[in-house]
Design a protein around this ligand. Structure first.
Ligand SMILES: Nc1ncnc2c1ncn2[C@@H]1O[C@H](COP(=O)(O)OP(=O)(O)OP(=O)(O)O)[C@@H](O)[C@H]1O
Length: 327
């Protein structure tokens, strides 16, 4: 076997983070693309050290005319590498990326449950993390939208005991490509990956390469690290905000908030508490301007109010409270 630096890196990382404990049953999601193929080869090579039971799942969305050939390609690869494979075929092609993702994760869950896998792993890389960060930044999400793609989480609410793990988050797409080249792995080229009309593909094919070439060759890794740091910070801030919200919200109603505990709090917490207050009180998501307007009321004179929010209500100072009232 060809033991590379990448094998050593992943081995160390799995140990340090205890991502896939020895002897676990691990289901590897393989599209056939470079990232998941790299992941599959690495895990097969590390298997003798960890004694995992490994299997592959491949989902055929029936989107492209060559999707059956893609299935055959992954199937024959798995046969050659002596790893069991589950193939799921969509009864009707999912409409759009989000529907495809939902169906895919549903398949992961069904197979993992039925065949008693402890872990489902995907080939998401640092480049995916960087892309998600840029995508969410330009769409205007706050820091919460910037922290997606963590190392592991429960696969779904229905199946929290099965963990979804992303072991390749320290590898860039360039590195998985080099690994596949070095080991001559037969990567399946997905024709839709080249389609520039998809925003994510544009970031992948134009923005990140531009950053790497003109700003910093390690930019994808740095963006991914920022995303990881944000992830922990958002978790922490949100838990602090929830505590403060619980102190300030009136018992029995979610329409009235005591301003006093908020007045000494940091602006970062004030914003988060106010978002919780508005979202719970109005039962819908709120935007940056609405949160800012409500935050300004924390120290405003009695009787001040925001402009009318959708639903014909506003937030008004009825000292010492903030109240959601009909206009
Ligand atoms: N058709 C598929 N069958 C099995 N696994 C897949 C398939 N497509 C994607 N995956 C898994 O998901 C990982 C990420 O793939 P990709 O970046 O295309 O998906 P995404 O839609 O951007 O991410 P997400 O799955 O989080 O929504 C792949 O490395 C692979 O592990």
């Amino acid at each position: 076997m060809n033991w590379t630096d990448d094998h050593a890196r992943l081995h160390q990382l799995l140990k340090a983070r205890n991502l896939l404990p020895a002897e676990s049953r691990v289901l590897i999601a393989v599209s056939g693309g470079q990232d998941s193929l790299c992941l599959l080869r690495l895990l097969l090579d590390l298997q003798p050290h960890w004694h995992w039971s490994l299997a592959v799942i491949h989902c055929d969305h029936q989107w492209r005319s060559d999707s059956a050939a893609n299935v055959a390609h992954v199937r024959s690869l798995c046969q050659g590498w002596a790893v069991p494979i589950y193939v799921e075929v969509a009864p009707t092609p999912p409409k759009g990326e989000a529907a495809a993702r939902n169906w895919r994760y549903q398949c992961f869950q069904e197979i993992a449950q039925a065949a008693q896998f402890d872990y489902v792993v995907t080939g998401h890389t640092a480049s995916d993390r960087a892309e998600t960060l840029i995508y969410n930044l330009v769409r205007g999400s706050g820091s919460d939208g910037l922290q997606s793609l963590g190392w592991s989480r429960g696969l779904s609410q229905a199946c929290p005991q099965i963990q979804l793990v992303r072991p390749l988050l320290r590898f860039t797409r360039l590195e998985t490509a080099e690994f596949c080249q070095l080991l001559k792995l037969p990567v399946w080229e997905d024709s839709t990956n080249q389609a520039l009309q998809y925003a994510r593909n544009r970031i992948r094919l134009e923005v990140l390469p531009y950053f790497a070439q003109h700003l910093n060759p390690r930019s994808a890794l740095h963006l991914a690290q920022t995303s990881e740091l944000l992830s922990a910070e958002v978790d922490y801030l949100e838990s602090q905000a929830t505590e403060l919200y619980q102190q300030a919200i009136a018992p029995q109603t979610d329409q009235q908030l005591d301003r006093r505990p908020l007045q000494a709090a940091h602006l970062a917490l004030q914003r988060r508490v106010m978002r919780q207050f508005l979202q719970n009180g109005l039962c819908r998501s709120v935007n940056f301007e609405q949160i800012e307007a409500a935050v300004a009321l924390i120290s405003a004179p009695n009787g001040s109010q925001t402009s009318t929010l959708s639903g014909g209500v506003c937030v008004r100072v009825v000292a010492p409270f903030l109240q959601i009232v009909l206009v």
